[in-house]
Write a protein that binds this ligand. Structure first.
Ligand code: ZN
Length: 179
């Protein structure tokens, strides 16, 4: 890294460092690499504007990882695999002309919908999109859930089951229900 002069004492040269910092996000601790500078003359520690920008981008990447969204690096890799430029990606996926440069640098976090669309674009086999979205969201397929769980209506019917030796009762029930 280049050295530059300390903005505080205007004498010393800055040394550049980085350290892992722990940030709290939605109740969990995330590790983020934080860049900072130390003056070799006055010893003051500071975070330069460019470092703040990069630190913020890494923080957004940590948030994305925690939220199960693609990181900037993953989006670059996805776009490379699709063989498209950032401009072409924006045309294909939407989000505005600079969307992909911002997603990739970590200046903007893509929406869940955009993230899903990007992942869907990577599917090599035809997929049932609604099923895919359902799985991604961790929702249970209603067909699967009915095979495992007895619906309340079926359960109550079983409890009040009419024996086959009492046909009169079911006849009465039918009449009653039709008024
Ligand atoms: Zn200094």
């Amino acid at each position: 890294m280049k050295t530059s002069q300390c903005p505080i004492c205007a004498t010393g040269e800055l040394g550049f460092f980085s350290a892992m910092d722990e940030i709290q996000y939605k109740g969990q601790a995330l590790s983020v690499k934080v860049e900072y500078a130390v003056c070799q003359h006055c010893g003051d520690e500071m975070i330069l504007p460019e470092q703040i920008k990069r630190n913020d981008c890494r923080t957004r990447d940590a948030w994305r990882k925690a939220d199960g969204l693609l990181t900037g690096e993953e989006i670059v890799s996805l776009r490379t695999q699709l063989g498209i430029t950032q401009q072409e990606a924006a045309e294909m996926f939407g989000g505005g002309a600079n969307a992909f440069s911002k997603y990739e640098r970590g200046e903007v976090i893509q929406s869940q919908a955009m993230d899903n669309l990007m992942r869907l674009a990577m599917e090599k086999q035809p997929v049932d999109v609604s099923e895919w979205l359902r799985n991604r969201a961790g929702l249970i397929n209603p067909e699967q859930s009915y095979s495992k769980v007895v619906p309340i209506t079926a359960k109550s019917k079983r409890l009040n089951v009419v024996p086959s030796s009492a046909p009169d009762l079911s006849e009465n029930f039918k009449e009653a229900s039709y008024g």
